[in-house]
Design a protein around this ligand. Structure first.
Ligand code: HEM
Length: 455
């Protein structure tokens, strides 16, 4: 039988709430329900889900204990088990904490410390080439368009030119099969004998073989210099001086690809939809910024020029505030922790929700309003208290691809704003909660027209 300590967080009765109030689970997912828990019980409360106690921590102060906990207190491993069939054995969440830490360091090196300039050059090249192919005028589905472009840039910066130039289509197909094998069902039953899981496992084996060959060739032809993420992993060494196996390298590549693909695609799409919806208010300011910075840098999109596009940056951040692609971040509680006199017990699941946290009106003024300027200047709303804006998580496991994502999404929209005019073809879409990473319901059709005076 189930007993909780007397100082367990207050319980929000979800069944009773569902009976008393009509929730729009189709369009709002579980968020309205959790928001009700927050409104009625405050920044820490729990719900009972099957046999589990799930504790929600909402707002900057409660986030602090979540993000500042050690891995030995709150663990990602148990909630990310569903990634193991895709990333592989002994990789990230399947590795021992010590090995996982070193693998994350390799990823940090490859995404942030080395080759940042090379990454930007490649992203700009892929994006310019892609948008140059668009006709004078037409209609496109933003989400489909960006998904194809982002897998090309990821392919070039992360996987390397062998994949990008020789077998991009084949790889994209295998990647899709891996992706289809990561559903809500996989989250709960990662090895259920479904067709999608069988295809996923086969695709993983094929991808491993492809990389085995490429890694072998690179190790033989050492005189050729590569400035991609794959090479950083090939050159990586564990603390005991051993090298990551080919399968570990493959797994880390896939981990970066999965962390970055849907999240960046979704963010680029929402950002476009919001910019077009509110263009009367923001477009001329954004174009002024583009003109001024592109003049200063003689028309070159680079690490430096992108870095100076503050309003564009704030637009992306505001997009992520309103529509964070990861709506819940979770940890398994390994050691009981306390907050405000309540005990979160060993065995519970601790959860923070960027979607709910970003709409707290004490933290973000008029939280439902699209206002990028809230993030600008000395009084930026997220600077008042740490862990207010958590679209990229926080603390020791905050996103390693944040800079990469900003560069990628800002590049896309810097080019599009300067070269095209846009109009919406449909109502603003609702988020689609049927997938683990939450984006707008597809399709997201917009009309575009090439500008005569583009710059
Ligand atoms: C972790 C969001 C893009 C690589 C995370 C976390 C969030 C996040 C919320 C923390 C998860 C947790 O605490 O459980 C995003 C968003 C992105 C984005 C919103 C785009 C707009 C990327 C990209 C890459 C990437 C482009 C790599 C190419 C990673 C990695 C981690 C991570 C490796 C794990 C860090 C760790 O556990 O220490 N991301 N991400 N992300 N992200 Fe991102």
């Amino acid at each position: 039988s189930y007993t909780k300590p007397s100082n367990a967080p207050p319980c929000f009765p979800i069944l009773l709430s569902i009976l008393c109030r009509k929730y729009d689970f189709i369009n709002k997912g579980p968020l309205e329900l959790i928001q009700d828990g927050y409104k009625s019980l405050g920044d820490i409360f729990r719900i009972r889900l099957f046999h589990r106690s799930v504790v929600f921590l909402i707002g900057p102060q409660a986030h602090k204990i979540f993000f500042e906990a050690k891995d030995t207190q709150l663990s990602q491993r148990e909630v990310y088990i569903f990634t193991i069939p895709v990333f592989g054995k002994n990789i990230v969440y399947d590795a021992s904490p010590k090995i996982m830490q070193q693998q994350l360091k390799f990823m940090n090196k490859g995404l942030n410390l080395i080759n940042m300039k090379a990454h930007v050059g490649k992203i700009v090249m892929e994006a310019e080439e892609w948008f140059n192919k668009w006709p004078q005028t037409g209609q496109i589905d933003l989400i489909k368009e960006f998904s194809e472009l982002i897998i090309l840039t990821a392919s070039r910066c992360l996987l390397g030119k062998e994949i990008r130039e020789n077998i991009h289509q084949e790889f994209a197909h295998l990647y899709q099969q891996l992706s289809d094998g990561m559903s809500h069902l996989s989250f709960f039953f990662p090895n259920a004998p479904t067709n999608a899981h069988k295809k996923r496992n086969l695709a993983r084996i094929k991808i491993s073989k492809i990389f085995e060959k490429i890694i072998k060739q690179r190790r033989i032809n050492q005189e050729i210099q590569y400035d991609d993420f794959l090479q950083v992993l090939i050159d990586a060494r564990y603390l005991d001086d051993s090298i990551p196996t080919d399968d570990e390298i493959t797994g880390l590549l896939l981990a970066a690809l999965f962390a970055g693909q849907h999240t960046s695609n979704i963010t680029s799409t929402w950002m476009g939809l919001l910019l077009i919806k509110y263009k009367s208010k923001w477009m001329s300011k954004l174009l002024d910024e583009q003109k001024q910075i592109m003049n200063k840098y003689h028309g070159e999109l680079s690490l430096e020029s992108l870095f100076e596009m503050n309003l564009l940056h704030a637009v992306m951040k505001e997009t992520l505030r309103l529509y964070p692609p990861l709506v819940f971040l979770m940890r398994k509680v390994l050691e009981s922790i306390s907050y405000n006199g309540y005990i979160i017990s060993k065995g519970d699941i601790a959860v923070v929700s960027p979607s709910i946290a970003h709409r707290i009106s004490d933290v973000f003024k008029n939280p439902d309003e699209f206002n990028p300027e809230r993030f600008l200047g000395e009084n930026a709303e997220d600077q008042i208290e740490k862990f207010s804006f958590i679209a990229f998580g926080g603390g020791r496991h905050s996103c390693l691809g944040e800079r990469f994502a900003y560069l990628q999404v800002k590049t896309i929209w810097s080019i599009l704003l300067r070269k095209f005019d846009f109009e919406l073809c449909q109502e603003h879409p609702e988020p689609d909660y049927s997938t683990l990473v939450v984006g707008p319901k597809a399709p997201c059709m917009v009309k575009f027209k090439r500008k005569i005076d583009s710059f």
